[in-house]
Write a protein that binds this ligand. Sequence first.
Ligand SMILES: Cc1cc2nc3c(=O)[nH]c(=O)nc-3n(C[C@H](O)[C@H](O)[C@H](O)COP(=O)(O)OP(=O)(O)OC[C@H]3O[C@@H](n4cnc5c(N)ncnc54)[C@H](O)[C@@H]3O)c2cc1C
Length: 260
Amino acid sequence: MNIIVCIKQVPNTTDVRIDPVTNTLIRDGVESVINPFDAYAIEEAVRLKERCGGKVTAVTMGPPQAETALKEAIGLGCDEAVLVSDRKFAGSDTWATSYTLACAIEKLEAYDVIICGKQASDGDTAQVGPGISTHLDIPQVTYVKKIVEINDKSARVERMTEEGYDVVEVPLPCLFTVVKEINTPRMPSLKGMMRAKSAKIAKWTAADLDADPAALGLDGSPTRVVKIFTPEARKGGEMISGSTDEVAKELVELLKGEVV
Ligand SMILES: Cc1cc2nc3c(=O)[nH]c(=O)nc-3n(C[C@H](O)[C@H](O)[C@H](O)COP(=O)(O)OP(=O)(O)OC[C@H]3O[C@@H](n4cnc5c(N)ncnc54)[C@H](O)[C@@H]3O)c2cc1C
């Protein structure tokens, strides 16, 4: 089974700072790590390989330093890795990002399953996984919490919902985005770390992809970040106490005051 896992390198902080002028992330001075949700994607990809045989290829689009994330992925059990990196990709929104990743995936040998994290901890849109499957015209199942059965033709998975979970059957090739409930990621083994150290990471630029140049980077991005801001913290609520009748009466009076 050929499994592809898409990983993103993100700042290692929950305090994401935005440049107020350019509206882009401030990355200087912030350590980068594999997006926490992608650790579950890597683990599931490696478990799938252990279950069905085959290989796992990790793919990332990012700056040259994203190679570190790919080496880490190899240390965790991925077999091969591809860094898709070019200044031409700068300014990509989620549409252009998923198009570029889809073009890279098409360049790899035929795949059975693509696994993404549920969302990235910095951009947070959860759009890239579904975007890749749309560009590749393959089915997708999001929020997967368990791969129950899988063979070379189809898979049966559990997909998390707010009320519980759906059981979904899907033909392969397909794309899954996974939630953290799916597994417990392993630590890198000593052997894995040694392999990672000497691993050769393939590096592809825009010229290596069979991509429409007009669909890449800022030019290929139909959305623009107009403003990014942290919403003001809400003031604490007001507690009303008393019997149900008293509370209801006071609430009605308060609401009347609001609408006048
Ligand atoms: C108009 C616009 C301009 C932007 N300009 C820039 C810019 O100049 N520089 C910049 O760094 N960002 C830029 N961004 C942000 C960029 O679009 C997102 O970082 C990127 O598309 C991923 O979206 P996300 O973080 O919401 O990921 P999500 O959709 O939340 O991620 C879901 C999953 O998709 C996969 N994934 C996501 N991104 C990647 C990736 N790069 N490689 C491999 N797998 C991935 C992972 O499995 C991840 O768990 C811009 C966004 C917009 C809207």
